[in-house]
Design a protein around this ligand. Structure first.
Ligand code: F0G
Length: 344
């Protein structure tokens, strides 16, 4: 039986003795070796399949800890701004804890599966005429004015939970990988991995990748109107900016941009060559190492082992999949026709 993440790593998590464990048995996700990708990149590459978490993204790692602490403190409701996955996760964990949930999402810019999740879990779903950054500004103010717990990654318990992914990598491989490749949006996840690595006394090179139309960390200034097909990372002003830059600099890694075309190519290639279907934002990690390689600073060896974090499941965003994949073949109920359709 998979163990709740909080039980597995309790000693490293700042929960209070009386806090309930609000869990859906998250974490312990597959680390899948990627032989074809390894060949292309010239290093041994693994995929950390975070889409295998209960709500289909890495957000569950942080949410189990943040919602457990919120419930322990006697909160009655949780709120977040979200490009979709945080909303889905917060909605589910709120139900588990018996709390009310509210999520603010950019209107028309979240993948349909994520919307379905939040609605099914009974959260109050607000579609904002604005982007993620606008939504985050509003929820920060709402949480100051009302007795409601903010569960975005500005909440330190989210980072604490998410750092367990770094622990899992080390525990499963038996050593820390030489490098990590990770998509970057609000920059909570890379902050969390770096914290986890540091707590275990390790320093893998952190390569962060942003979508070219939403790349404030690469540009060095906020992006007022972020755009990208990878809606999960359509963010112009990351809340964890400083911490993320610290992770890239301290690990002697870097942050770089990948175009939508490169993201979609990697997304399709992974599904059709490694059998792993992730969402577009997740594929930014793979697009990044395919297009930028594994650069090092002078005097450092080229990384031999690399983990790409695949942050969310491909099923979250069927519209992008169906809009860019080959068509189905319609066929009459006739063996000859079916035979022709299958074999021609
Ligand atoms: N990949 C996916 C699938 C995401 O949903 C997110 C963030 C990221 C990568 C980037 O992680 O923000 O920690 O740098 N999604 C947030 C949300 C913003 O609202 O679901 P980050």
């Amino acid at each position: 039986m998979p163990q709740p993440l909080i039980e597995r790593y309790r000693d490293s998590l700042p929960l209070e003795p009386g806090d309930p464990v609000v869990s859906l048995n998250e974490g312990s996700t597959p680390l899948v070796e990627a032989p074809r990708l390894s060949e292309r990149v010239g290093a041994r590459v693994w995929l950390k399949v975070e889409g295998a978490n209960p709500t289909g993204s890495f957000k569950d790692r942080g949410m189990t800890v943040a919602v457990s602490r919120a419930a322990g403190r006697g909160a009655k409701a949780v709120i977040c701004a979200s490009t979709g996955n945080t909303a889905a996760s917060a909605s589910a964990y709120a139900v588990r804890a018996g709390l009310r949930g509210a999520v603010i999402v950019p209107e028309g810019k979240i993948a349909i599966g994520k919307l379905a999740q939040s609605l099914m879990h009974g959260a109050r779903v607000v579609a904002l005429e604005g982007n993620f950054d606008d939504a985050l500004t509003i929820v920060r103010q709402l949480a100051e004015r009302n007795p409601i717990e903010l569960v975005n990654s500005v909440n330190p318990y989210r980072i604490e939970g998410q750092k367990t992914a770094a622990f899992e990598l080390i525990d499963e491989l038996g050593y820390a990988p030489d490098a990590l490749a990770i998509p970057v949006g609000n920059a909570g996840n890379v902050t969390a991995y770096w914290k986890g690595f540091q707590e275990r006394g390790t320093s893998p090179i952190c390569y962060g990748f942003q979508a070219a139309g939403s790349a404030p960390l690469v540009d060095g200034s906020p992006v007022a109107k972020p755009e990208t097909v990878a809606s999960a990372i359509r963010i112009g002003n990351p809340a964890r900016w400083e911490e993320a830059m610290n992770a890239f600099n301290s690990s002697r890694g870097r942050v770089a941009a990948v175009t939508d075309e490169q993201i979609l190519d990697a997304y399709h290639w992974l599904a059709s060559h490694e059998g792993v279907f992730c969402e577009p934002a997740s594929a930014a990690s793979v697009a990044g190492i395919l297009n930028h390689g594994l650069p090092t600073v002078e005097g450092m060896d080229k990384p031999e082992t690399v983990v790409c974090v695949l942050t969310g499941h491909g099923l979250k965003d069927p519209d992008t999949a169906l809009g860019t994949a080959p068509s189905v073949i319609n066929c009459q109920n006739d063996i000859g026709e079916v035979e022709a359709a299958v074999f021609n």
